[in-house]
Ligand binder design. Structure first.
Ligand code: SF4
Length: 200
């Protein structure tokens, strides 16, 4: 199992397999990992274990970005994200840190966790995945009811706390890309279409 792995120029941190969605396109439905790395964790690593692994085996300045991504939703473990980010930013504040998230974090934790990421996280990529709540629920099958509006709020709040905010969708035929892009532009954030990948 891999907690820390390299893909291209980036270093990725896989800190949990838990998620509050069950997206129809999720790579976990088709593969055990990415880039030949097995990403199903037997148990969730502690902050201390991840920091030790980073300290001992990875030259942190070497990577274009260090990304909390994983095979699940990283912001479910907000304290681990903060601990690791603090370690990296103390080591070198110029290292770029990014989070890829489903945008459910504030609902899950029942507070604005974005305030806690200010000055630690440089970029955030939030999966919007659909142009309306009904389609979102069909595609992402979230555990929370009425989460779509909460994701839009999360994007607005992210724009106040994080320097670079990007909204993404997956390139599925049923998703209206033009409407999704319009939503992103209205929210004042960047827009990106991800390829639908079954396995790597
Ligand atoms: S939010 Fe991400 S990790 Fe969770 S089910 Fe969807 S694609 Fe998979």
């Amino acid at each position: 199992m891999s907690t820390v792995y390299i893909l291209g120029d980036n270093l990725y941190l896989n800190i949990t397999n838990r998620c509050t969605n069950r997206c129809v396109f999720c790579i976990r439905n088709f593969s055990n990992g990415v880039g030949g790395k097995k990403l199903w964790l037997e148990r969730e690593p502690t902050s201390k274990e991840i920091i030790e692994e980073l300290r001992n085996y990875f030259p942190l300045k070497k990577y274009r970005e260090i990304v909390f991504c994983g095979f699940g939703e990283p912001l479910l473990r907000i304290n681990v994200v903060k601990n690791i980010s603090e370690f990296i930013k103390t080591y070198d504040p110029s290292i770029n840190l990014r989070i890829d998230t489903n945008g459910h974090g504030n609902v899950f934790h029942q507070r604005n966790i974005l305030l806690e990421l200010e000055g630690l996280i440089d970029s955030i990529s939030i999966s919007l995945n659909a142009e309306d709540p009904e389609k979102y629920n069909r595609i992402c099958r979230p555990v929370f009811k009425n989460i779509y509006e909460e994701i839009l709020d999360f994007i607005k709040l992210a724009n106040k706390s994080i320097k670079n905010v990007q909204v993404t969708i997956v390139d599925l035929p049923e998703v209206d890309k033009t409407l999704c892009e319009k939503r992103a532009l209205e929210l004042g954030v960047k827009f990106y279409i991800r390829r639908f990948i079954r396995s790597l």
